[in-house]
Design a binder for this molecule. Structure first.
Ligand code: DX5
Ligand code: ZN
Length: 219
């Protein structure tokens, strides 16, 4: 299968040093990568709490990375402006909570920001099908969101293939992102199903062979 997009590796700052997040972000930039994945958690939609818009604001002047912002929030529509004003360049919201999804996707796009839609491992691909032409990225979670360092869920692989098939059949161009337990073994398995955008937390920040990780995902 010919790839639609060049691979992008997006390290998740959640796996960085929370006492020195600016240094962790610089570490991503010094590794020659372009994207940083910012996991925003509200302790409601997911059982964890992470960062707010102020972090993006303060990081904005320190690194030139693309801010790929993953909102794991029950009410993401209330925080779109705050994160985009703080420097978010892609905002991904989840399909599971109950809020005006189509309008929120349109609002993110109207602000000139990249827009993504995420689905958890237990959510069927059909849940995002109505929105495929409204997004620049679909995020297929390969762990139940909330924490880094979890085991990759290979039961998500058929869903990734389905999302790729719909992309080809519909002549759509969204990026297909995976997030959770992605490393040098699970990453290529996802790529074989059509994934082209890879979030790595522990596989990046705790890498014994960082060059090996970078080589695995090189386009
Ligand atoms: C989980 C987060 C993931 C996580 C990835 O809720 O959305 O981005 O930080 O970390 P690893 O790659 O260590 O699973
Ligand atoms: Zn994430």
């Amino acid at each position: 299968m010919s790839p639609l997009h060049q691979n992008i590796l997006a390290p998740s700052l959640l796996a960085g040093d929370h006492a020195a997040l600016g240094e962790s972000a610089l570490h991503i930039e010094q590794a020659g990568l372009k994207w940083i994945h910012l996991d925003i958690m509200d302790a409601h939609f997911v059982p964890n709490l992470s960062f707010g818009p102020q972090l993006l604001k303060d990081l904005r002047s320190k690194v030139g990375l693309f801010f790929d912002t993953h909102l794991m929030l029950d009410e993401p529509h209330r925080y779109i402006d705050a994160f985009i004003d703080a420097g978010a360049q892609n905002v991904t919201i989840h399909v599971e909570p109950h809020y005006p999804i189509k309008e929120t996707l349109a609002k993110i796009r109207a602000r000139g920001c990249g827009v993504g839609l995420a689905l958890n491992p237990g959510t069927p691909a059909e849940a995002v099908k109505p929105f495929l032409s409204d997004v620049d990225l679909i995020l297929a979670m390969t762990v139940q969101p909330g924490f880094g360092g979890q085991a990759f869920r290979e039961d998500v692989l058929p869903k990734i293939a389905q999302l790729h098939t719909w992309r080809v059949e519909g002549n759509l161009s969204y990026r297909l992102q995976v997030d959770g337990g992605i490393d040098t073994l699970s990453g290529p398995r996802c790529q074989a199903m059509g994934a082209d955008t890879f979030v790595v937390g522990n596989a990046f920040f705790k890498a014994k062979d960082l060059q090996g990780v970078l080589n695995t995902f090189k386009a």
